[in-house]
Design a protein around this ligand. Structure first.
Ligand code: SAM
Length: 274
């Protein structure tokens, strides 16, 4: 997978050379190109922002600088070379453009899974009051797959942290990225149910007066699976009832139903209801 990242702070992404992301690059699974947006400016101050049209505080990222950069990365010919008869240039593209934006839909594990099948991702990091709203709209109109995502209900100074989050969540799902693929098959938010994972424990089994749940020492795999499943249902019901509400009741076994009823859910319909 090729990942281009555009930022006014490209050094931010030096950390991608560490740990598993660094190893994935060594293995040839991933290539990162980090670009400084200011390289596409033509004025002496290398300015990428201007005051908001309509007034208001702060500065907004200029569309033209972004377009200079994105057209280059997307191999789009100069506008004067494109005729009206040409099809929309993005329609046959295998590139997905991603813009982090706090006022966009929240990025989820399902989005990460979808992006992990992409050949080429371009991430554009906003700064200041954000980027001009016409940037994603223009490339969408050209037929490109353009996404805007928030990583949560809070405002960061810039898109770099958000892009790091999305890159990490996406790339760890690429085939061959994790040494042991099992470690990503059964995790929180994954699979058809997307339940929160049960708690994990390691050795020593007794630590500062606290013991791991006894059943985990029994060696009885079916009972351990049941214990973990119950914990997943309990934790999800408690912390993320919205996930329980999406479960298909028909897919739940007898013990799942019994537990959910104990937790106050009605499982007689298509989906559990509280
Ligand atoms: C200071 S923020 C702009 C906030 C914007 N004025 C608003 O209120 O929605 C600057 C940039 O940081 C990034 N950013 C900030 N918070 C984010 C979040 N929760 N999720 C994704 N990106 C975020 C976006 O790229 C955004 O353009």
């Amino acid at each position: 997978m090729l990942i281009d990242i555009i930022s006014v702070f490209p050094e931010y992404f030096d950390v991608f050379n560490l740990s598993l992301l660094g190893k994935a690059q060594d293995k040839g699974l991933l290539t990162f190109n980090v670009h400084n947006l200011r390289d596409w400016t033509h004025d002496v101050h290398h300015s990428v922002d201007d005051t908001p049209v309509g007034g208001g505080a702060g500065m907004v990222m200029k569309p033209e600088v972004w377009a200079n950069c994105l057209d280059d990365l997307l191999d789009i010919p100069p506008l004067e070379d494109i005729s009206d008869a040409d099809p929309h240039i993005g329609e046959n593209s295998h590139t997905t453009l991603v813009f982090p934006n706090p006022s966009a839909p929240t990025f989820t594990q399902a989005d990460a899974t979808e992006l992990s099948y992409t050949d080429h991702l371009i991430f554009g990091c906003g700064r200041y009051e954000g980027y001009d709203g016409r940037i994603p709209a223009y490339y969408k109109a050209q037929g490109f797959d353009v996404r805007e995502y928030s990583i949560g209900d809070y405002v960061l100074n810039g898109g770099e942290v958000a892009v790091s989050v999305m890159v990490e969540a996406t790339t760890r799902l690429i085939d061959g990225f994790m040494g042991n693929r099992d470690s990503i098959v059964k995790e929180s938010y994954t699979g058809s149910e997307g339940l929160l994972e049960h708690r994990q424990y390691t050795k020593p089994t007794s630590w500062r007066g606290m013991d791991v749940p006894e059943i985990l020492l029994s060696g009885h795999h079916a009972n351990i699976d049941r214990f973990r499943r119950d914990e997943e249902l309990r934790r999800t019901s408690d912390i993320r009832p919205d996930i329980i509400e999406k479960l298909g009741c028909r897919m739940l076994d007898k013990k799942d139903r019994k537990l959910l009823v104990e937790l106050g859910w009605d499982v007689s319909g298509e989906h559990p209801k509280h």
